[in-house]
Design a protein. Structure first.
Length: 570
């Protein structure tokens, strides 16, 4: 996707083609929930399959050229609620939101922005507010609408000049609220509670035409709640998991005991996650129900930075290999102020979606230290039973001890904490956490192409096509008899039956061949195989390439290998 696309037009295209539908659309839909249509479900399945194949079944060698061990899990969505206390989600998994006291809209506080221009000693009144994805997008909007927005100022041209000289700041609702409080209490450390409203008289609510007063930013836990069992009480309160990761941590010991994997190794899971997002937006980008593809990679603490680097590089490369142009991909190391308190480092792999001027997160690769295992060890009461015993390190030092029984050694040799941790410790974790729906959206945006191509008479006509990587394309090949006679349909049907045993293929004998090609272009089918008069004579067919429009003649017996070759991971 080289240029911006009209998201409304794009969403309509996705609906018309059967990629993505609004959930329960006949009842007016439901905000933040989406369904995948016949083509969409194939696309998303191919994405998850490619991830599982490339990350779990056949990951590339590790940083020192060694094979790496990956295993999978499929955990329940509802878990013991203590999991979410231990993980910190009950206490801290919250966004700040503001409520409009006039139109009752509820908006994420870090997505509401104002502009403040200063000129010499003069500070102009706040302009705005608007709702935007990022500060850059907000600044962009303010820049484009400056003339209109500064109209009411006494000296609008001075304000415009000051803006053009960079003498301005874009401030969000959380920052503004803290500044208001700081003025009231002369302390920026005040809790975000206790003030009935703010932003009044300074263009409060960003909903077009409203401008009402806003409530102070309030923390809003993002976990969906339910009850397990017949009685709705606090005793049987449960949560829909907000991430798949915790299922992996709580099964760490089960996996160790059942698979006898040794460090370093990874556990992977693909599955649904639920977050009661304050403002679901940008099509499927921020939904309330979505799928994650997560890996927890366990390693020795001394080697963790090496593995962090490995996963950052590998995950970015994976997106490029599946057709995301590197210009639109950006790995961004989070600043210290953004990091979770336990995280040693996190890199967001971002993609320049067409709805924003700033790249947005596709995946986070986080170095989580030993935080999660330690939390579960403490909260479950299992303690060091959740730690890893490094048998190889223990046996390597066997000659230096009087006993080879670890517990006996602790009792008799009185080793220091450091000596014990040489053999028994909580591994460090590197977590590449990707969104299956976000990547599906990125793939759709990237593939969407409008161009002019010559028709049979050489006149240019518009064509819309989806330039999917063949591995991800919902349909791999269309089999098309040129005409519905002379034995062509029978020949085509034989080929179709042979191919569909291995790939998702489509048989189409309806309409002019040019129209059939266009339909496949819109579906993103990389190959169209046509059975024509020559096929009946010499068993050769044409293979048409979706992107170049070129047609090659190949023996019919070669078609399956041609498709296989295009689907082989690089
Ligand atoms: N276990 C770590 C974790 O869940 P996260 O950054 O909150 O980290 C990981 O989520 C990925 O899940 C994101 O990079 C994104 O691709 C996807 N994701 C998160 N929230 C989402 C939402 N509301 N809608 C769609 N995808 C989402």
């Amino acid at each position: 996707m080289a240029t911006k696309i009209d998201m409304a037009k794009f969403a309509k295209f996705c609906k018309d083609m059967g990629f993505i539908f609004q959930s329960s659309e006949i009842y007016g839909g439901i905000n933040g929930f989406w369904d995948y249509g016949p083509l969409g479900v194939e696309l998303k399945r191919n994405i998850k399959d490619a991830w599982w194949q490339d990350m779990v079944r056949n990951p590339p060698p590790g940083p020192d050229g060694q094979e790496i061990r990956m295993v999978g899990l499929d955990c329940s969505i509802i878990m013991n609620p203590k999991v979410w206390v231990a993980s910190g989600h009950v206490g801290g998994f919250a966004d700040f939101k503001v409520d409009c006291l006039k139109c009752n809209s509820r908006i994420r506080a870090d997505k509401v922005f104002w502009l403040q221009i200063s000129h010499g000693f003069k500070i102009y009144p706040l302009i705005g507010s608007i709702e935007a994805d990022s500060r850059t997008d907000a600044a962009d909007y303010f820049g484009k609408n400056l003339f209109k927005l500064t109209k009411k100022f006494n000296s609008p041209q001075d304000a415009i000049d000051a803006f053009n000289q960079g003498k301005y700041r874009v401030i969000d609702a959380v920052e503004l609220y803290h500044e208001d409080l700081a003025i009231i209490s002369e302390s920026a450390e005040v809790e975000v509670t206790g003030v009935a409203k703010f932003a009044s008289g300074q263009n409060g609510c960003p909903v077009p035409g409203c401008g009402g007063d806003l409530s102070p930013p309030r923390a809003f836990n993002l976990m969906f709640k339910s009850h397990a069992g017949a009685i709705e009480s606090d005793d049987n309160l449960v949560y829909l998991r907000p991430e798949t990761a915790q299922g992996i941590f709580v099964n760490f010991k089960n996996v160790l005991d059942s698979s006898r994997v040794k460090l370093p190794f990874g556990i992977a899971q693909v599955g649904k996650a639920f977050r009661n997002e304050v403002n679901p937006r940008n099509f499927t980008f921020r939904s309330r129900e979505f799928e994650q593809m997560e890996i927890e990679f366990f390693c020795h603490p001394d080697e963790s930075m090496k593995w962090y680097q490995y996963w950052r590089d590998l995950r970015k490369r994976w997106y490029s290999q599946l057709g995301i142009k590197s210009d639109y991909l950006r790995p961004r190391e989070q600043g210290k102020e953004e990091l979770a308190f336990y995280s040693i480092g996190t890199t967001d792999i971002e993609y320049l979606f067409p709805f924003s001027d700033e790249p947005q997160e596709l995946e986070g690769v986080a170095h989580r230290g030993s935080y999660d295992l330690t939390q579960h060890a403490n909260h479950s009461g299992l303690g060091e039973k959740l730690a890893y015993f490094d048998e190889a390190a223990w046996m390597a030092d066997a000659g230096q001890r009087t006993t080879n029984a670890f517990e006996q050694w602790i009792k008799t040799a009185n080793p220091s904490k450091e000596e014990i941790e040489k053999y028994k410790f909580y591994p460090h974790v590197v977590e590449p956490s990707a969104g299956a729906d976000r990547f599906t959206l990125a793939v759709l945006c990237e593939a969407y192409t409008e161009e002019q191509v010559p028709d049979a008479k050489g006149n240019l006509e518009p064509r819309t096509l989806m330039k999917f990587h063949p591995r991800l394309a919902p349909i791999k090949c269309a089999v098309l008899p040129l005409v519905n006679k002379d034995g062509m349909p029978e020949k085509a049907m034989t080929l179709y039956r042979e191919l569909k045993a291995e790939f998702n293929v489509f048989y189409d004998d309806k309409g002019a061949i040019g129209r059939r090609y266009r339909r496949q272009d819109e579906a993103g089918t990389p190959f169209c195989v046509t059975i024509d008069g020559d096929t009946m004579k010499d068993d050769s067919v044409t293979i048409r390439d979706r992107d170049t429009l070129q047609q090659r003649r190949v023996p019919i017996s070669q078609v399956r290998d041609e498709i296989r070759a295009a689907l082989t991971p690089q």
